[in-house]
Write a protein that binds this ligand. Structure first.
Ligand code: PHE
Length: 350
């Protein structure tokens, strides 16, 4: 019996080594660890063993189960990293050494993209809000339905000050203050809350070509009576079509964030191939751009808004990512380099 365990282990490792995309690794997870998976199946074959044998074999299977889970998770992590690198490598070349015209000042590429987004949202009646970079644990997590010790905090490890405050890990940290600022006008005068808030965010990340400990996001929220997912799709589509100066198709996939329900990942049709499939979009025709969703009732409540009466959407656009996509910047570190040679090459195309 224990040969079976070893054989299955070897077989899984072999297949994992051959897998090249997340979908096939997930298929392996189902094949081995799913309800009817081969590892799960080993336990079902135990009924004819003696008690001693059962104990020994069961233990071996459990060790394998744990190891297989870890091997699969590691492989998915590795594939994701490679996919991001491939996406960045397939972008148009931006030459860091091209001499810039330093006699004229220029805006940082993130400022350019931020201003384009602000312009479009302002034209659709959104207020542009500014918010601090140092926030409280309540603002960054608790008010967003992420209690202490919630696993969602893992992905947003950030820098803490001695007084317990922290550098905000996402622009969502301003949501609570925005709701409180505008809720009276919403409730008493029926004015919908429509706000965007761009800002610098921080995460305790190891830095490489795709990760930085400091990056920019732009949050957007809209709250009123009868706001639905269709409103969210409309505003996102309009904004992206303006920024990229062409009609952009969007699609939503389910995504999890504790402060939205339902939550989505918004994809846009690939800018390079127009949706036909190319190396940039890993032949899917789609690029992942912006997490979003309908604001969770608990989050509205924390902002003093009755979720029985009002609904709203929120999105968190990655401005750094948008700038990299728009200008073909392959290494995120160039953006924080402070190098005029690298950063002086961008101009507003309007
Ligand atoms: N704040 C989230 C993040 O940075 C993104 C997000 C914003 C998701 C708004 C949903 C709604 O990961």
């Amino acid at each position: 019996m224990s040969e079976k365990v070893t054989a299955l282990r070897d077989e899984l490792i072999l297949k994992l080594n051959e897998a090249t995309d997340a979908a096939s690794v997930d298929a392996l997870r189902v094949e081995y660890l799913g309800k009817n998976g081969s590892i799960t199946g080993l336990l079902k074959g135990m009924k004819d063993l003696s008690i001693e044998e059962k104990k020994d074999f069961g233990q071996k299977v459990n060790v394998l189960k744990e190891e297989a889970g870890k091997l699969i998770a590691d492989k998915i992590e590795e594939i994701k990293k490679l996919e991001v690198e491939a996406e960045i490598n397939s972008m148009p070349e931006f030459d860091i050494s091209t001499p810039a015209n330093l006699s004229r000042g220029s805006y940082h590429p993130i400022t350019l993209v931020q201003r384009q987004c602000e312009k479009v949202f302002k034209s659709m009646g959104f207020n542009v809000e500014d918010y601090s970079e140092v926030v409280t644990d309540y603002e960054c997590f608790e008010a967003l339905n992420i209690p202490k010790h919630h696993p969602a905090r893992d992905m947003q490890d950030t820098y803490y000050l001695e007084n317990g405050q922290l550098l905000k890990s996402h622009t969502s940290a301003a949501q609570n203050a925005i709701y409180k600022k505008y809720k009276d006008a919403l409730i008493n005068e029926g004015k919908p809350i429509k706000a965007i808030f761009p800002g610098r965010c921080f995460r305790n990340e190891a830095t490489d070509a795709c990760h930085e400990n400091t990056f920019f996001q732009m949050e957007g929220v809209m709250v009123d009576k009868n706001i639905s997912i269709s409103n969210l799709i409309f505003f996102m589509k309009t904004m992206l079509s303006e920024v990229f100066q062409k009609d952009i198709k969007v699609r939503l996939r389910p995504g999890f964030f504790p402060f939205v329900e339902p939550g989505f990942e918004l994809d846009i049709s690939c800018l390079i191939c127009g949706g036909d499939g190319c190396p940039s979009c890993k032949h899917s025709g789609w690029l992942e751009l912006c997490p979003c969703g309908m604001i969770h009732p608990e989050v509205l409540k924390a902002g003093g808004i009755d979720p029985e009466e009002y609904t709203g959407f929120a999105f968190g656009l990655g401005l750094t990512r948008l700038a990299m996509m728009k200008y073909g910047v392959k290494d995120i570190r160039d953006l924080n380099s402070g190098s005029l040679k690298a950063l002086g090459q961008f101009t507003d195309d309007e």
